[in-house]
Structure formats: structure tokens, C-alpha cells
Design a protein around this ligand. Structure first.
Ligand code: PEP
Length: 235
């Protein structure tokens, strides 16, 4: 299974270091076989000495080696830390920051060519969910346009927009139905994300075709995130 933490715009360089030290010693002691991914803010990136089940990734980067793209980070800056994992297509980038599917495809192609592990996020807004499952699947498949879904280092995260950071989790039935239909097309592992917390981790990880979780808010507390890793180990 894959257990991933997205810090978004939270934690500092100092608190990230403390977090990763605690997480590392927890995973060392647990001896878990699950993969743990952590996405801190870019200012907190570093070359951490970690258990080989843990990877630190970047939440976003520009599709360039280097260049004149004020405020952006390119491959050269990421490579310095030995980072080879990236989140692409997160709903906050799509819907809050206005990233288009074309830009997302460019990013995907660039980091795919670098051999990165890509956690590629898809998910429908509330209005689409209310239209029913056919619209949900059509919307999610449209977010795969231009994306090479046979890429060997791809992990897909299904994250309904209406469940992200809202405290609303999709029901077990909704997750199971959606993942089942996505799985007909996507052979890569699929994670669920959207208000996952300690209390619902076991149930969500037990859903058919759910190969892990991408956790935002609840992962910012290292103790809670470690508890989720512990729960995953016992499934
Ligand atoms: C996310 O940011 O990918 C996410 C799922 O956030 P939250 O857990 O806060 O809903």
C-alpha cells in the first residue's frame, strides 16, 4: 500500500525536519512494507537520510530544467536534493490556481521523461457528483486526456474535489463504485484522497481497488500520520 502526506502550504523547514525525523524512527521501528510518501513545501526540501520505504517528493514543479520562470522551481533545483517523486494535477492547482490540462500534460511529460514517480490527481467537483456516476467517470477520464497512463512509475490519486479539505469523505459505496470503474481503464495503483483521517483509514484502505491514501489536513500532525501507517500495516 501507499500512504502519502501532502503538507500543502503548511509546516516550516524546521518543523518539517522534526516531522521527518519522527516519521523515520516510527517507520524503522514498525518495519512496515508499505511505501510512505511525504510532500513538504518546497522551502523545506532537503536530502534526508531515510528508511528506504519513505520518499520525500515535491508538490509541484515547472516543466523545465532551469530558466526564466520567476517564482517557479525546475528540475535542476529538485535534483539537488535527489528528489524523484512529484504530485501533478492536484485539485488545488487545477481549481484554485487555474492550471490547465495542457499545462498539466506538459509537466507530466517532462517529469515522466526524467523517470519520476508521478502521483497524478484526478477528481470531480460536487456538481458533477450530483449528476451521477456516468458524469463522474466522464469527468475523471477527461482529466486523463494527454496522460500516458501506461507509464510504469505512475500512481493515480482519485480525490473528489468536494471531499478535499472539507471534512466530507466520499462514502465507502461511492469510493468502491468509482474506483471499480476507473480501474477498468487505469492499470496503475489508485489511491483515495479526501478528508482521510485516523478514524476512517481502516475502512478506506479496506475498499476494493484502493491501493493507498493521499492525506492532506490529517497528515500535518506526525502522530496522526504515523497512526495511519500503523493501521495500514495491519490490513
Ligand atoms: C489532499 O490535499 O490531497 C487532500 C486529500 O486533502 P485533505 O486530506 O485535507 O482532504
Amino acid at each position: 500500500m501507499i500512504i502519502a502526506a501532502n503538507f500543502k502550504t503548511n509546516h516550516t523547514r524546521k518543523s518539517t525536519k522534526e516531522y521527518i525525523e519522527k516519521l523515520n524512527s516510527y517507520v524503522n521501528d514498525l518495519g512496515s512494507k508499505d511505501s510512505v510518501l511525504v510532500f513538504p513545501p518546497s522551502t523545506a526540501l532537503d536530502s534526508f537520510d531515510l528508511n528506504d520505504k519513505i520518499s520525500v517528493g515535491i508538490q509541484n514543479a515547472y516543466a523545465t530544467e532551469k530558466g526564466s520562470f520567476t517564482g517557479e522551481i525546475g528540475y535542476e533545483q529538485i535534483e539537488e536534493f535527489g528528489i524523484d517523486t512529484i504530485l501533478i494535477g492536484h485539485s488545488e492547482r487545477r481549481h484554485v490556481l487555474g492550471e490547465s490540462q495542457d499545462e498539466i500534460v506538459k509537466k507530466y511529460e517532462f517529469y515522466k521523461a526524467k523517470g519520476f514517480k508521478i502521483i497524478y490527481c484526478i477528481g470531480e467537483p460536487k456538481k458533477v457528483r450530483e449528476e451521477g456516476i456516468e458524469s463522474v467517470i466522464a469527468y475523471n477520464f477527461a482529466q486523463l486526456e494527454g496522460i500516458d497512463i501506461s507509464y510504469k512509475n505512475l500512481i493515480v490519486a482519485y480525490e473528489p474535489v468536494w471531499a478535499i479539505g472539507t471534512g466530507l469523505t466520499a462514502s465507502t459505496k461511492q469510493i468502491e463504485e468509482t474506483l471499480g470503474l476507473l480501474k477498468e481503464k487505469i492499470k496503475a495503483p489508485i489511491l483515495y484522497g479526501g478528508s482521510v483521517k485516523v478514524a476512517n483509514t481502516k475502512e478506506i484502505l479496506g475498499i476494493k481497488n484502493c491501493e493507498g491514501i493521499l492525506v492532506g489536513t490529517a497528515s500535518w500532525d506526525v502522530n496522526a500520520f504515523c497512526e495511519m501507517i500503523g493501521i495500514a500495516k495491519n490490513i
